[in-house]
Design a protein around this ligand. Structure first.
Ligand SMILES: Cc1cc2nc3c(=O)[nH]c(=O)nc-3n(C[C@H](O)[C@H](O)[C@H](O)COP(=O)(O)O)c2cc1C
Length: 324
């Protein structure tokens, strides 16, 4: 008979969950144990009102954290049954996880779990080598396994058309002073447990760049050190665009990212064309797909880099204090 999860299981799984990506590395999540179930909620104090007014980004990040949580629990032999948004009256609660029948982890779960601590956003130029066909297939499978789709933008004209949409969305965002202030506030030039370190920000953008880079105060670029001429751009989408769809998409995003890491691939994310409604619709129409684009990734073979900092696990846990 399975009882509930323990505080120790919560703490161990949360250490993996917080490795998930989040907008500007805000880490907008909280974890707690309620009647033996692990609950993951959006942290309202870490919303980005100008960049993410609808809460889409926070739900994508929490969905990604949820995927890591599921994976960590499965690899520990204590897999979870998950209910998304279990309390209609408390929409910030993203998921509740209760123990399922214990079983041994699958080899696939073990390899994905091995990638959790190695994954990071690689914003530097990639090598020109193409992503092999079998790796592309596995990335699509990862999205489908989480009820989402992954559309690869193939060919010069399709990539150019995508780049045009992305650049115009980037210009729209950069014209908004509140958005710029928010982005700037999360750049970190000194060691910090959150925000984007300038060392991870990628090189400064230049006029010849095809894809717009969100500016995180990155270093100047060596002359001639350009981005790959034809990047592999992948659009992740979900069936609908409810809050639940966005949590589902966050899980799919993390599964795709870990699958890429496990295959030795590097990824950076660019969400400007998702954040501007007109651009998102133009992107959806250009793909000719039903459903809603939720994230765009640039995928390739990257130079080495390192994971970015996270807040200590105890800072994101709400653990009941034992009575004195
Ligand atoms: C919803 C969402 C949107 C993001 N958008 C961008 C983006 O437009 N440009 C970018 O460089 N990184 C983007 N990122 C990546 C985050 O900046 C990154 O995950 C965070 O700084 C933590 O770093 P890590 O991915 O290396 O762990 C996004 C991440 C999420 C979850």
């Amino acid at each position: 008979m399975t009882t509930g999860y323990t505080v120790e299981q919560l703490r161990n799984a949360t250490a993996d969950a917080v490795r998930a990506p989040s907008l500007h590395n805000t880490q907008p999540w909280r974890f707690r144990l309620v009647d033996g179930g692990i609950e993951l909620a959006v942290d309202p104090g870490r919303r980005l009102p100008a960049t993410d007014p609808s809460g889409w980004g926070a739900r994508i990040a929490c969905g990604a954290a949820l995927f890591n949580l599921r994976l960590a629990l499965a690899v520990a032999g204590t897999p979870a049954m998950v209910r998304l948004r279990p309390y209609p009256g408390d929409p910030d609660v993203v998921a509740r996880l209760v123990p399922d029948v214990p079983r041994r982890p699958t080899p696939a779960e073990q390899s994905l779990h091995g990638a959790v601590g190695r994954r990071f956003s690689n914003r530097a130029p990639f090598w020109p080598d193409p992503v092999p066909a079998d790796a592309r297939w596995h990335l699509g499978e990862a999205a489908r396994a989480e009820q989402c789709w992954l559309e690869l933008v193939i060919g010069t004209s399709a990539v150019n058309a995508f780049a045009e949409i992305a650049r115009s969305a980037h210009r729209v965002l950069e014209r908004d002073p509140a958005y710029v202030t928010e982005r700037t506030r999360w750049i970190r030039s000194e060691p910090s447990p959150d925000g984007v370190p300038t060392t991870a920000g990628g090189p400064q953008s230049e006029p010849q760049d095809l894809l717009p880079q969100r500016g995180f105060g990155g270093r100047n670029r060596a002359p001639g050190r350009d981005f790959e001429p034809e990047p592999l751009v992948a659009v992740l989408g979900s069936a609908g665009n409810t809050a639940t769809d966005q949590i589902v998409a966050g899980q799919a995003l993390q599964r795709v990212l870990l699958t890429a890491t496990d295959a030795g691939l590097a990824v950076s994310m660019l969400s400007q064309p998702i954040e501007v409604p007109g651009a998102r619709e133009a992107l959806r129409l250009s793909l000719g797909r039903f459903g809603t684009p939720q994230m765009v990734m640039r995928i390739g073979f990257g130079q080495p880099g390192r994971p970015t900092p996270r807040r200590p696990v105890d800072e994101v846990l709400d653990v009941p204090v034992a009575p004195a």
